[in-house]
Design a protein around this ligand. Structure first.
Ligand SMILES: [Zn+2]
Length: 111
C-alpha cells in the first residue's frame, strides 16, 4: 500500500505541514494496524524533480523516529533526486542522539 502526502502550505506559516508528516499522520490515522516500512521523499518544482535529494526537516525526522520506535521496526528512508538517491535503513540513522519519550519519565516513575 502506498500512501502519499504533499506539503500543505498556509499563509499563516506554522499552520502548514510538511508532506512527510501529512503522509505519516494519514497512514497512522487510517491504517493503524500496518507498520510503516518505507518513506520516499522527493520534491517536484512544477516542471521536474529536483536534481539533489531533499531531506526531511527536523520535526519530520522526530515524528518518523517516534513512529519507528512505537512500531518497533525500522522505517527505511529513500531521498530522491534526479542526480542522486540516498537511502537510510532507519529513522534513527537520521536522528542520532535524539530526544525521545524516555526523557519524559520523571524519577518518581522509577521508584
Ligand atoms: Zn518536515
Amino acid at each position: 500500500m502506498i500512501i502519499t502526502g504533499s506539503n500543505q502550505e498556509n499563509a499563516a506559516y506554522p499552520s502548514g505541514l510538511c508532506a512527510e508528516r501529512v503522509a505519516l499522520f494519514s497512514t497512522v490515522s487510517n491504517f493503524r494496524s500496518n507498520a510503516i516500512t518505507t518513506i520516499a521523499v522527493a520534491a517536484y518544482n512544477g516542471l521536474e524533480f529536483t536534481a539533489k535529494p531533499i531531506s526531511p526537516c527536523g520535526a519530520c525526522r522526530q515524528v518518523l523516529l517516534e513512529y519507528e520506535k512505537r512500531q518497533q521496526t525500522p522505517i527505511r528512508i529513500i531521498l530522491y533526486g534526479k542526480e542522486a538517491v540516498y537511502t537510510a535503513s532507519s529513522a534513527l540513522s537520521l536522528m542520532p542522539l535524539c530526544f525521545d519519550s524516555s526523557y519524559l519519565k520523571n524519577d518518581a516513575d522509577e521508584l
